[in-house]
Design a protein around this ligand. Structure first.
Ligand code: SAH
Length: 495
């Protein structure tokens, strides 16, 4: 049944679709195959090879030999379902989370944390080499330092900075609500590839207080007889429960996202939440009546307490409202911004641009060490937060503008803004071409590139190298343990 090479003597035409027979692929649909796993995709699937043909197999790990059933066959590659691990990776572990398989929120829990960190670095290296056509040297760990760098040695890509305790790291839970079959509010996660809600009591990457609060709010909802929103019918009231905790301040916010303005028995809700969640600083209701899977609607009402909770990154205090973007892993955010600050090499006399600045977190972090910081961001509310946060901290040398960075930066250039350092922190699709062109005209001494996508990082670094910059170092930082997300920060100097 299992096979390594061709199954001897079988008619290769009879069972295959005509196109497959013409291509003569080494596997057929529904076939049971034995596969060596040689890598992992950026989505966390094992990359297997059968006679040079690539099969993607979820759940399989590099270095393993597995038995799998072929599900889908295309010309260049196919997909298979893991049936059995024949030779396990020494780094395979039992995932600690009970609902790991059904949930899909984490992808790497079956791999040791050390292996995850190594893979994240290697994933960055592979992208730099393949997409960026960049030469990568060693890591500091292998004895090279940035000081000792020269062009022949290539870029230093450091070992991934991971967490000492890579669990319970998230400060925000956004939990979709549903109804139990026997009635009553439940809430948890969507079953993989579906929108069926499965009740959940604990999420191991979530701050345990958030888990606890969600549990209590669900119980309050059951007591008060609230209905959950139903995506298919558009009926029912409670859509999401969102909970945020300030890791440094301990402040708590509870947001009830409702399909409709009216929250029946609102006083009972407030009283119950205050009684069940001691120390809660803010209870809000967000109204979202749209048929969409976007969590928040446009209107937020404060039901009780403050509109915001406060938290700190480094010395900078941030006001976080229900809808504010705020980094979800505060411990690693400090590590990431610390690296960004180090790479920026500020002495206090520099002009800095922070492009894609969000609520100004990096801008304000850098402002204390620079002469002037300009932040640009496309979401108007984020810029409002950035300005408010600057005022909150008495930071007067940072200014913010709303707009697309690729439009605003050329305007700044015309106005004579001449940055010494530019920090970019774009979304997954990377920097706009026009922004890169503007950077090459502005010619800052250094560019610090913070990236959540190694592929677009590599693509953009190639453009900057061709334009006269040299990539010195890249530091991967693990912001999202047990998931496939890879964050890194790169520093480039002008030749
Ligand atoms: N630097 C921030 C946020 C980075 S996330 C932090 O560390 O918290 C990327 C940000 O880029 C988002 O806030 C997104 O709204 C913004 N963005 C997306 N496209 C943009 C564009 N073309 N111009 C400016 N900002 C953009």
């Amino acid at each position: 049944m299992t096979r390594g090479r061709h199954r001897g003597g079988i008619s290769r035409n009879s069972s295959k679709a005509p196109s497959q027979a013409i291509l003569d692929l080494p596997v057929t649909k529904n076939e049971d195959v034995e596969v060596e796993i040689i890598g992992l995709t950026h989505e966390g699937e094992g990359v297997g090879r059968v006679e040079g043909y690539t099969l993607f197999i979820g759940g399989a790990l590099p270095g393993e030999r597995v038995r799998a059933k072929v599900l889908k066959v295309k010309k260049q590659y196919g997909y298979a379902k893991l049936l059995e691990v024949l030779v396990a990776s020494p780094d395979r572990i039992a995932p600690p989370c009970e609902i790991y398989k059904q949930c899909g929120g984490c992808q790497l829990q079956h791999w040791s944390y050390e292996a995850q960190l190594d893979w994240k670095r290697q994933h960055v290296v592979d992208n730099l080499e393949r997409i960026g056509k960049l030469k990568v040297g060693g890591t500091d760990a292998e004895g090279e330092t940035s000081e000792g760098l020269n062009e022949e040695k290539g870029i230093v890509v450091h070992p991934t900075l991971g967490m000492n305790d890579p669990w319970r790291y998230r400060n925000k839970a956004q939990v979709p609500m549903g109804m139990a079959e026997e009635g009553g509010l439940i809430g948890g996660f969507y079953a993989r590839n579906s929108h069926r809600i499965i009740d959940m009591d604990a999420c191991l990457i979530q701050h345990d207080q958030n888990d606890d609060i969600v549990r209590r709010v669900k119980a309050i909802g059951r007591d008060l007889g609230v209905t959950a929103y139903n995506e298919e019918t558009g009926e029912g009231l409670m859509r999401h429960v969102v909970v945020r905790v300030g890791f440094r301040t301990g402040e708590l916010m509870v947001v009830l996202v409702t399909n409709g303005t009216k929250l029946p028995r609102v006083e009972a809700w407030i009283e119950a939440i205050r009684a069940q969640v001691p120390g809660v600083a803010s209870i809000c209701q967000n109204i979202n009546t749209k048929r969409t899977n976007v969590i928040f609607g446009d209107v937020t009402k404060t039901l009780w307490g403050r509109d915001v909770i406060y938290d700190y990154i480094g010395d900078v205090k941030f006001a976080i409202s229900a809808r504010s973007f705020y980094q979800v892993n505060p411990v690693q955010t400090e590590v990431l911004y610390g690296k960004t600050l180090e790479y920026a090499g500020l002495t206090g006399s520099e002009t800095v641009i922070d492009a894609y600045c969000g609520i100004g977190t990096i801008s304000l972090f850098l402002a204390q060490h620079a002469k002037r910081v300009y932040g640009v961001e496309i979401v108007p509310e984020a810029i409002e937060d950035a300005r408010a946060n600057a005022a909150l901290n008495g930071i007067s040398n940072a200014e913010f503008e709303v707009g697309a960075a690729e439009d605003v930066m050329p305007r700044w250039l015309e106005q004579g803004v001449s940055p010494d350092i530019v920090v970019v922190d774009p979304p997954r699709k990377g920097c706009d071409e026009r922004l890169l062109e503007t950077l090459l005209t502005m010619q800052p001494e250094r560019i610090v590139y913070v990236s959540c996508n190694p592929a677009t990082l590599a693509r953009d670094l190639r453009v900057l190298e061709d334009g006269g910059y040299r990539v010195k170092e890249v530091q991967p930082v693990d912001m999202f343990p047990h998931t496939v997300h890879v964050e890194s920060v790169a520093v480039l100097v002008h030749n």
